[in-house]
Design a protein around this ligand. Structure first.
Ligand code: CS2
Ligand code: MN
Length: 357
């Protein structure tokens, strides 16, 4: 297992030097933040990113994310093939630079959705939170504005201001796309990129929908164990794999992460391990990573991953804002560092108590 942190490139308020000081963190996952979905990645830009990370004594352990253009998700005839070609070129460039893990998601229009970026808790820390009634009451464009107004001046992944201009049009374009169509478009995309993934041994790792249900009436297809098994079977290639995001999956309390892990048959290549407080009725708050702070049994999750033979890249996921740290909601240094140390501690115990043969 390789413990990493997410790194937002040269403009990240958390420098690589600080990440390096978290004992047990070996690398980062990152992306080219100045590209837009659909653009072809340049080898030189990948190399610059990689060099800067290596100069800080860390490694680039994977890309989170190479975003998929909406025309591919919608299945626009003609356009999607052009954007798939571009995606293949970006994968080629990554493969040439030795990158072998690519995280992506297949959520229409929005990446993760929250109703509150800084909900105050009883201990004075703040967390991201989701309340269905608030989401139901808000227009998607208004949500976009408020998320950007409350992000402490930083651009949040998936909520880039340029997306805002296209929202209305995107909603119209998704009108004829139901879950089945979206799924078929995912299969079409995966089949097209598998040859280049095989050539460079690049593992594609799909991130779950966050939250695990339809938001704003848009289709959602990666939100349960059954969905994940179906997508793995539809393109039965070891390069078609999963980013297991425990917090996203568990937003729906019916999803039991420990029941799902063994069903994914060793095709989890990347893990986001975080805890949440589930309230049912579609409401949840993020929490500290520690089991006692939320609804998930983090030891059991780590043990299930360990028992499944997991040997991939792992990272703590969204943290609380603590100790007066501002910065990017969910992506401050302190709580993610505590999360990484806690997860490393569990893993060390597992290795000592149940040594792998
Ligand atoms: C988020 C996402 O939940 C998460 O990890 O931070 O932005 C995630 O990185 C993407 O959905 C992956 O493509
Ligand atoms: Mn995640």
């Amino acid at each position: 297992m390789k413990m990493t942190l997410r790194y937002f490139g040269p403009t990240d308020p958390i420098p690589l030097q600080h990440i390096r000081q978290i004992a047990g963190v070996k690398g980062v996952v990152s992306t080219l933040y100045d590209t837009t979905p659909g653009e072809v990645w340049e080898r030189s830009a990948i190399r610059t990113l990689k060099n800067s990370i290596e100069e800080a004594g860390l490694e680039l352990s994977g890309i989170e994310s190479v975003n998929v253009h909406d025309t591919i998700k919608i299945g626009c005839p003609g356009h999607r093939d052009m954007y798939i070609e571009n995606y293949i070129k970006s994968l080629e460039a990554l493969g040439e630079e030795g990158v072998q893990l690519v995280c992506y998601n297949f959520m229409p229009v929005f990446d993760w959705t929250r109703s509150d970026l800084a909900k105050m808790r009883e201990d004075g820390a703040t967390v991201l939170s989701y309340e269905q009634a608030k989401i139901d009451a808000v227009d998607p464009e208004k949500l976009f504005e408020s998320i950007n107004e409350n992000s402490n001046g930083l651009v949040l992944p998936g909520w880039e201001p340029e997306r805002m201009e296209q929202i209305k049009q995107l909603f119209l374009m998704y009108q004829g796309v139901d879950n089945e169509k979206l799924f078929q478009n995912l299969v079409y995309f995966l089949k097209a990129i598998m040859p280049v993934c095989n050539k460079y041994d690049i593992k594609m790792a799909i991130h779950q929908d966050d939250p695990s249900w339809s938001v704003f009436g848009l289709p959602r297809i990666i939100s349960s164990g059954d969905n994940l098994v179906r997508m793995l079977e539809a393109v039965d290639d070891p390069h078609n794999g999963v980013t297991l995001c425990t917090g996203s999956l568990s937003s729906n309390p019916n999803n039991d992460v420990c029941e799902i892990i063994p069903r994914l048959k060793g095709r989890i290549y990347f893990a986001h391990v975080r805890n949440i407080r589930q309230y049912g009725n579609g409401n949840f708050d993020e929490a500290a990573h520690l089991s006692a702070d939320g609804s998930l049994d983090m030891f059991k999750i780590m043990k299930t991953l360990y028992d499944s033979g997991f040997d991939g890249v792992i990272r703590p996921d969204h943290g609380r804002a603590v100790w007066g740290e501002g910065g990017m909601p969910g992506y401050g240094l302190y709580d993610r560092a505590m999360g990484a140390s806690y997860l490393n501690g569990i893993w060390e115990s597992l290795e000592k108590i149940f040594p792998r043969k």
